[in-house]
Design a protein around this ligand. Sequence first.
Ligand code: ATP
Length: 451
Amino acid sequence: NPAKIDKIVSLCKRRGFIFQSSEIYGGLNGCWDYGPVGVELKRNLKNYWWRCMTQLRDDVVGLESSILMNRAVWKASGHETTFSDPMVDCKTSKRRFRADQLDYSECGQKPSKTPSTCGGELTQPRNFNLMFKTYVGPVEDESAITYLRPETAQGMFVQFRNVLEVSRKKLPFGIAQIGKAFRNEINPRNFTFRSREFELMEVEYFCRPEQGFELLEYWLEERLKFYDSIGINRKQIHVREIPEKDRAFYSKKTYDLEFEFPFGVQELEGIAYRTDYDLIQHQKVSGKPLDYFDEETKQKFVPHVVEPAAGVDRTTLALICAAYDEEAVTDEKGGTETRIVLRFHPRMAPVKCGVFPLLKNKPELVGKAREVCDLLRPHLAIFYDEAGAIGRRYRRQDEIGTPFGVTIDFDTLGEKGPDLKETVTLRDRDSMKQERVKIQDLPARLLAAIR
Ligand code: ATP
């Protein structure tokens, strides 16, 4: 459904989820900025992933490694020679394309055609390294070259021994990291789906060699549960086992979790059994031991690794796509209008509750609404709005996916008698049902729904 993505892109800009980077200068291809509600959504995702991976488990600890690392890391890992995509040039339009994605790309001159059907003459594929090269220090010579990391994994491999020693973990155990990664993609496209600067959430899970395949299945299940718990259910995820010819050369088995984006079914996360390839490489090139001593069996060996690697930006986009809905509703004059609503899982929603005084020119209502804000603010993200008709204020919150709305009206002040005094209307985003709730019960009631 290609029209859906256009609507989502425009909603994202209009409501402050995602803007083009450097927009006033015409943008920078493959780079995006997250606006006020986008940054909250993305943070909710990262914080929840972090909590699930580290705080709620005994066997995974965190790390934050630097983006710039010694160039030797990228030589040892193989990225310097093999982290590339095949690229072809079109001699007619002078554009470049990823050779394995010609069927999904647009011809530069005839947008309705692909580079393989437009009749342009294509060169043979050549390899194009995706790492951004840069210089460290004041002298721009060969010895100062390094790269912006294209994945966070290598930081975890090269710190394996330090983390093992300080955490005193036994196998199997993992290291988790969230951080920026950079890839000079040949054709950034599909909104934030393929960006040049993006964020990853990765776990390197170290185990005994004989546990690799079994733990790959374990992590597949864990990750499907995770997506379910943030509002992307199993039916929306396609699990694809990657055939050997398409797998990274060091991987013995890999699953891709794919999501039905409006522009097609595409990868959200890769879960790879990376064997002992990376640790062995770093051990060989650095000359430092990266092995593990098993107290029980008195054996020394280099652990194997299973890696669930998810894209923060792709998951954020998937959350928005999965949540996006339109429905016909009756407007104030009895006609019909379209209600756009993002049905985020309350856990992910950027704002949890809107707080609205019924009228803005009644100081008693505004004062009471401010009190409700003060009561809720320490517990959850709220948005106070007093401008415009109440229906319009609800709609604005629907468009950013706020699961609850609280309205302070004359009943709250006790004008209909003592029974309703200190109660508010609580509106549910999805059913649009309204009920009367005591102000003092609000924090517990809302917290129960968003945790
Ligand atoms: P693709 O085949 O789409 O280029 P990949 O297989 O190279 O992706 P991995 O190296 O497995 O991707 O990266 C792990 C995860 O990082 C992906 O599942 C995806 O969510 C995310 N990711 C990778 N490249 C990008 C990108 N250019 N922009 C946004 N997210 C990305």
